[in-house]
Design a protein around this ligand. Structure first.
Ligand code: HAM
Length: 439
């Protein structure tokens, strides 16, 4: 395994039993390659996500992988774990302080303002599929680079929009076959009623400070909301009896939350109010929600979101309410696998063109090109291998047919077509071949 400290360990090597091959580099810790055999899961999820966004009227927005680091500090919050411990921040050659995107909402809001989307009829509905970077301790379902599917509805305060976003997230999971998820909701109020709530949390926790973990001891002053979702068992008990945000909501926030619950009932979405759900980003106001698998620990939320009515103003815009959601793609894949949900294969090319001899190679190159121009997916043999080796290759790739061009075929201007599942072979003209393969 690769250690983190010593230079020697940085060069991870792996001497293969034969050939003495040396592996000089590995993917950075906490990142993963998505190999061809995994791609079926990713295409499946992306296709469902895109179809869902079309259904709900969301348009795609792609933002850069890095932004001014200040954007994230200002929106996610200076004292959050993401900003203090997890951001990949760096200076470029011009001295600009940039950060790899640690979440998708702030860049969407920045783009909304930068491109004058506030002048369009509101709400503006946008979605993204993007790589996210957080320097976290890697473990199952937790990476330093992960991908999110997220969507944001900007410019409307109606609680019906909160419910629609939650329903859309629910439908996303359902369309994938993930119907084992628990929906938790809560309201953490607005900046007016939050003040009173934070004071009451602080005095409660100050009285229980002795039993808290080291991180939580500092959170009492720094970020009291996050005391509630500490995963350490000792803090768990203290949090269970802590004051609840719902008891401190102002009238507007109380009415809003009541309406969200009513709409969720109308939509027949089962949910549970979780007083300890606060989320790890400071921009949230009022509604917060999360989807968690029934069979896993609380830190494995597969998706979450909420309302963030102050963020656009915080970034220099006029007061603009908004609500959104994001799911972690790796966690979705993990859950699909755990639930043994089968996904469609990414199809292999239909035919493998094999050849025997130099003249046949020229004919095979011509044939492969003509078939592709006709829309048939072709894998062309290379490297002058034996027919046996070529058939083995076609078999491992899973093509349905092999078109064999040999000396005889060159003379007779024909092709031998082998059906890989039955082993049957027939000699056909190039025109017949095209017709058969396009059927
Ligand atoms: P978040 O809860 O930090 O929210 O991330 C969204 C989802 O990304 C999580 O529920 C989880 O599935 C996945 N995720 C987070 N961190 C990791 C990681 N290190 N490795 C793998 N998966 C991870 C946000 O980022 C908000 N921007 C969501 C939002 C959109 N709120 C409003 N609009």
């Amino acid at each position: 395994m690769c250690g983190e400290m010593s230079l020697l360990n940085l060069i991870c090597y792996n001497v293969a039993s034969e050939g003495g091959e040396i592996l000089l580099y590995k993917a950075p810790r906490g990142t993963a390659d998505i190999l061809p055999e995994e791609q079926g899961y990713w295409r499946y999820i992306e296709d469902k996500a895109v179809a869902l966004c079309r259904l709900y009227g969301y348009q795609r927005l792609d933002t850069p992988a890095f932004e001014d680091a200040g954007l994230f500090a200002r929106s996610i919050g200076e004292s959050t774990d993401i900003v203090t411990k997890e951001m990949y921040t760096f200076k470029d050659r011009s001295g600009n302080t940039l950060a790899l995107r640690p979440e998708g909402t702030a860049p969407v809001c920045r783009a909304y303002l930068e491109h004058g989307l506030d002048n369009l009829p509101q709400p503006v509905k946008l979605y993204y599929l993007a790589a996210i970077f957080r320097y976290e301790r890697p473990q199952a379902g937790r990476y330093r680079q992960h991908y999110q599917f997220g969507f944001e509805a900007i410019g409307d305060a109606d609680p019906a929009l909160d419910a629609e976003v939650i329903e859309m997230a629910w439908q996303f999971f359902k369309s994938l076959g993930l119907d084992h998820l628990f929906l938790y909701i809560n309201s953490i109020g607005c900046k007016v009623c939050r003040r009173g709530y934070l004071n009451s949390l602080k005095s409660y926790y100050s009285a229980h400070i002795a039993g808290l973990c080291l991180d939580c001891k500092t959170r009492v002053e720094r970020n009291p909301l996050r005391l509630l979702d500490c995963k350490k068992p000792s803090c768990h008990d203290v949090a269970a009896a802590a004051p609840k945000s719902l008891e401190h909501l102002c009238q507007d926030c109380g009415t809003h939350f009541e309406a969200v619950r009513k709409y969720l009932d109308i939509l027949k979405l089962p949910f549970e109010v979780n007083h300890r759900l606060v989320r790890g980003l400071d921009y949230y106001t009022k509604t917060v929600f999360e989807f968690q698998p029934l069979d896993q620990g609380a830190q494995n939320a597969v998706g979450g979101g909420g309302r963030y009515d102050d963020l656009i103003q915080e970034l220099g815009g006029k007061p603009t309410p908004a609500v959104g959601f994001a799911a972690g793609m790796e966690r979705v894949v993990l859950n699909l696998k755990r639930r043994k949900i089968l996904v469609p294969h990414v199809p292999a090319p239909k035919v493998f063109v094999a050849y025997l001899g130099n003249e046949a190679k020229l004919e095979a190159i011509r044939l492969a090109s003509a078939l592709r121009k006709d829309g048939v997916a072709v894998l062309m043999a290379t490297g002058d291998k034996s027919l046996k080796a070529q058939l083995r290759q076609a078999n491992s790739i899973g093509t349905s047919y092999v078109a064999i061009v040999g000396e005889e075929e060159v003379k007779s201007q024909a092709v031998t077509l082998r059906n890989m599942s039955t082993g049957e072979q027939q000699v056909v003209s190039p025109v017949q071949l095209k017709r058969l393969l396009k059927e």
